[in-house]
Design a protein around this ligand. Structure first.
Ligand code: SAH
Length: 212
């Protein structure tokens, strides 16, 4: 299988929905086959989520593109990602920002993702194991925050880690279906846009769901 050709075809199809050229170019540079399980590499450029073990999934490429576009990155931002998972979304973010801090609650996934990102040569990613408190207060505030697991509501403590003028994307809803929200933080208010319906694995922890 020629991954480059398959990657180009996928990104070409995303053009119908994603206008930000920088996001599309970043997705042309990141080899998704590197982030999926070895026996599913042939599915790496299908526009669908895939299992990455431990009950978790690598997000659908269209959703990765949509969430990344919503963050409006200009290569100067410090970005926080909650839910490293495979590390694929992390790599796309690293292509488009100054620094990515990514946190993952399952140590085994965090370690695998870090290994992959190191092998690919990313120098602007800091991968941490999540703490019980949501987010990563130590490096706050962030110009952009992306949550790649579904929350029951927008956690106040996470919004507090977003800089004024910053953007956050987060799926919010029940354990089984959610809406993807983009939140823009202003000094005196937050603006919330509903981007689409979606289905993510659960965000686990304080201010989120209990482990199943
Ligand atoms: N962006 C990832 C998505 C992985 S699925 C990818 O495309 O590969 C979501 C991930 O969020 C899972 O790996 C899960 O373990 C993690 N997660 C769930 N709750 C979390 C929390 N409170 N803090 C950090 N990571 C969390």
């Amino acid at each position: 299988m020629n991954y480059e050709t398959a990657r180009s075809a996928l990104v070409n199809n995303l053009k119908a929905h994603i206008g930000d050229e920088h996001v599309l170019e970043a997705m042309l540079r990141v080899p998704r086959e590197f982030f999926v399980s070895p026996d599913e590499k042939h599915l790496a450029y299908e526009d669908r989520p895939l299992s990455i073990g431990m009950g978790q999934t690598i997000s659908q490429p269209y959703i990765v593109a949509l969430m990344t576009e919503a963050l409006e990155l200009s290569s100067r931002e410090k970005v926080l990602e909650i839910g490293t998972g495979s590390g694929y979304q992390t790599a796309v973010l690293a292509e488009l920002s100054k620094l990515v801090i990514t946190v993952e609650r399952i140590p085994e996934l965090a370690r695998q993702a870090k290994d992959r990102l190191d092998v690919l040569g990313y120098k602007n990613i800091i991968a941490e194991i999540a703490e019980p408190e949501i987010g990563w207060q130590a490096a706050a505030p962030y110009e952009a925050i992306i949550v790649t697991a579904a929350a029951p509501y927008i956690p106040e403590k996470l919004l507090a880690q977003l800089a004024v003028g910053g953007r956050m994307v987060i799926p919010v809803g029940s354990r089984y279906e959610q809406n993807l929200y983009k939140v823009i933080k202003y000094a005196d208010r937050n603006e919330i846009h509903n981007l689409c319906g979606c289905r993510f694995v659960s965000l686990i922890g304080k201010d989120a769901w209990d482990e199943e």
